[in-house]
Design a protein around this ligand. Structure first.
Ligand code: 13P
Length: 140
Protein backbone atom coordinates (compact mmCIF):
# COMPACT_ATOMS: atom_id res chain seq x y z
CA UNK A 1 0.00 0.00 0.00
CA UNK A 2 1.23 3.47 -0.80
CA UNK A 3 0.18 6.71 0.82
CA UNK A 4 -2.39 8.46 -1.35
CA UNK A 5 -0.42 11.70 -1.48
CA UNK A 6 2.79 13.17 -0.18
CA UNK A 7 1.57 15.87 2.16
CA UNK A 8 2.19 17.01 5.71
CA UNK A 9 -1.50 16.70 6.46
CA UNK A 10 -3.10 13.51 5.18
CA UNK A 11 -6.35 13.96 3.30
CA UNK A 12 -9.57 13.38 5.15
CA UNK A 13 -12.42 11.14 4.16
CA UNK A 14 -15.76 10.49 5.79
CA UNK A 15 -17.28 7.08 6.48
CA UNK A 16 -21.03 6.73 6.98
CA UNK A 17 -23.33 3.72 6.93
CA UNK A 18 -27.03 3.31 7.52
CA UNK A 19 -28.01 0.68 10.08
CA UNK A 20 -28.65 -2.09 7.54
CA UNK A 21 -25.21 -1.42 6.04
CA UNK A 22 -23.12 -1.11 9.20
CA UNK A 23 -21.93 -4.73 9.12
CA UNK A 24 -20.80 -4.15 5.56
CA UNK A 25 -18.97 -0.98 6.59
CA UNK A 26 -17.22 -2.88 9.38
CA UNK A 27 -16.18 -5.60 6.94
CA UNK A 28 -14.97 -2.92 4.52
CA UNK A 29 -12.97 -1.16 7.23
CA UNK A 30 -11.39 -4.43 8.37
CA UNK A 31 -10.49 -5.39 4.81
CA UNK A 32 -8.92 -1.99 4.11
CA UNK A 33 -7.61 -1.01 7.51
CA UNK A 34 -4.08 -0.37 6.24
CA UNK A 35 -5.34 1.78 3.39
CA UNK A 36 -7.68 3.73 5.66
CA UNK A 37 -4.88 4.39 8.13
CA UNK A 38 -3.29 6.78 5.62
CA UNK A 39 -6.24 9.17 5.99
CA UNK A 40 -7.75 11.32 8.64
CA UNK A 41 -11.10 9.65 9.16
CA UNK A 42 -14.40 11.22 10.14
CA UNK A 43 -17.60 9.29 10.70
CA UNK A 44 -21.12 9.76 11.92
CA UNK A 45 -21.52 8.69 15.52
CA UNK A 46 -22.74 5.13 15.40
CA UNK A 47 -20.81 4.22 12.28
CA UNK A 48 -17.64 5.61 13.85
CA UNK A 49 -18.21 3.62 17.01
CA UNK A 50 -18.60 0.38 15.07
CA UNK A 51 -15.43 1.08 13.08
CA UNK A 52 -13.47 1.91 16.24
CA UNK A 53 -14.64 -1.31 17.89
CA UNK A 54 -13.57 -3.35 14.87
CA UNK A 55 -10.35 -1.45 14.11
CA UNK A 56 -9.12 0.20 17.33
CA UNK A 57 -5.89 1.36 15.66
CA UNK A 58 -7.74 3.61 13.24
CA UNK A 59 -7.96 7.26 14.23
CA UNK A 60 -11.62 8.01 13.64
CA UNK A 61 -13.18 11.31 14.67
CA UNK A 62 -16.77 10.63 15.56
CA UNK A 63 -19.29 13.33 14.77
CA UNK A 64 -22.93 13.36 15.80
CA UNK A 65 -25.14 10.48 14.82
CA UNK A 66 -26.61 10.94 11.35
CA UNK A 67 -30.22 11.59 12.41
CA UNK A 68 -28.97 14.09 15.02
CA UNK A 69 -26.95 16.23 12.63
CA UNK A 70 -23.93 14.11 11.72
CA UNK A 71 -24.75 14.09 8.03
CA UNK A 72 -25.01 17.86 8.12
CA UNK A 73 -21.67 18.16 9.91
CA UNK A 74 -20.05 16.14 7.13
CA UNK A 75 -21.85 18.24 4.54
CA UNK A 76 -20.41 21.37 6.13
CA UNK A 77 -16.90 19.88 5.95
CA UNK A 78 -17.42 19.26 2.24
CA UNK A 79 -18.61 22.84 1.70
CA UNK A 80 -15.50 24.07 3.50
CA UNK A 81 -13.22 21.91 1.30
CA UNK A 82 -12.08 19.86 4.30
CA UNK A 83 -12.96 16.44 2.88
CA UNK A 84 -11.47 14.57 -0.05
CA UNK A 85 -14.10 11.92 -0.30
CA UNK A 86 -17.18 10.29 1.11
CA UNK A 87 -17.86 6.59 1.56
CA UNK A 88 -21.52 6.33 2.45
CA UNK A 89 -23.14 2.91 2.44
CA UNK A 90 -26.76 3.88 2.07
CA UNK A 91 -29.81 1.71 2.71
CA UNK A 92 -32.18 2.30 -0.22
CA UNK A 93 -34.91 0.07 1.22
CA UNK A 94 -35.78 1.78 4.50
CA UNK A 95 -37.50 5.08 5.19
CA UNK A 96 -35.28 7.50 7.14
CA UNK A 97 -36.48 10.24 9.49
CA UNK A 98 -33.52 12.33 8.31
CA UNK A 99 -33.93 11.64 4.62
CA UNK A 100 -33.51 15.33 3.82
CA UNK A 101 -30.10 15.32 5.53
CA UNK A 102 -29.02 12.28 3.52
CA UNK A 103 -30.08 14.03 0.33
CA UNK A 104 -28.30 17.23 1.36
CA UNK A 105 -25.08 15.33 2.02
CA UNK A 106 -25.07 13.50 -1.29
CA UNK A 107 -26.07 16.70 -3.05
CA UNK A 108 -23.12 18.64 -1.59
CA UNK A 109 -20.74 15.88 -2.66
CA UNK A 110 -21.96 16.43 -6.20
CA UNK A 111 -21.93 20.24 -5.91
CA UNK A 112 -18.30 20.20 -4.74
CA UNK A 113 -17.38 17.31 -7.02
CA UNK A 114 -15.75 15.07 -4.45
CA UNK A 115 -15.54 11.30 -4.98
CA UNK A 116 -18.55 9.67 -3.34
CA UNK A 117 -19.12 5.94 -3.05
CA UNK A 118 -22.66 4.98 -2.10
CA UNK A 119 -22.02 1.25 -2.05
CA UNK A 120 -19.15 -1.11 -1.44
CA UNK A 121 -18.53 -1.92 -5.09
CA UNK A 122 -17.84 1.74 -5.84
CA UNK A 123 -15.76 2.19 -2.71
CA UNK A 124 -13.57 -0.74 -3.79
CA UNK A 125 -13.14 0.84 -7.23
CA UNK A 126 -12.15 4.18 -5.72
CA UNK A 127 -9.52 2.49 -3.59
CA UNK A 128 -8.11 0.64 -6.59
CA UNK A 129 -8.10 3.85 -8.61
CA UNK A 130 -6.36 5.74 -5.79
CA UNK A 131 -9.26 8.14 -6.19
CA UNK A 132 -9.07 10.19 -2.99
CA UNK A 133 -6.88 13.27 -3.21
CA UNK A 134 -6.45 16.36 -1.07
CA UNK A 135 -9.49 18.56 -1.01
CA UNK A 136 -9.12 21.61 -3.23
CA UNK A 137 -8.57 24.86 -1.39
CA UNK A 138 -11.90 26.61 -1.07
CA UNK A 139 -12.14 29.69 -3.26
CA UNK A 140 -14.87 31.37 -1.23
O1 13P B 1 -27.80 7.95 9.66
C1 13P B 1 -26.69 7.93 9.20
C2 13P B 1 -26.43 8.51 7.89
O2 13P B 1 -27.55 9.12 7.29
C3 13P B 1 -25.58 7.32 9.92
O3 13P B 1 -25.56 7.76 11.25
P1 13P B 1 -24.96 6.83 12.37
O4 13P B 1 -23.59 6.44 11.93
O5 13P B 1 -24.90 7.66 13.61
O6 13P B 1 -25.90 5.66 12.48
Amino acid sequence: MTAPIASAVPPAIALVAHDAKKDEMVAFARAHEAWLSAFRLFATGTTGGRIKDACPALDVTRLKSGPLGGDQQIGAMIAEARLSGLIFFIDPLSPMPHDVDVKALTRLSVVYDIPMALNRATAELLIRADGFHPAPVSSD
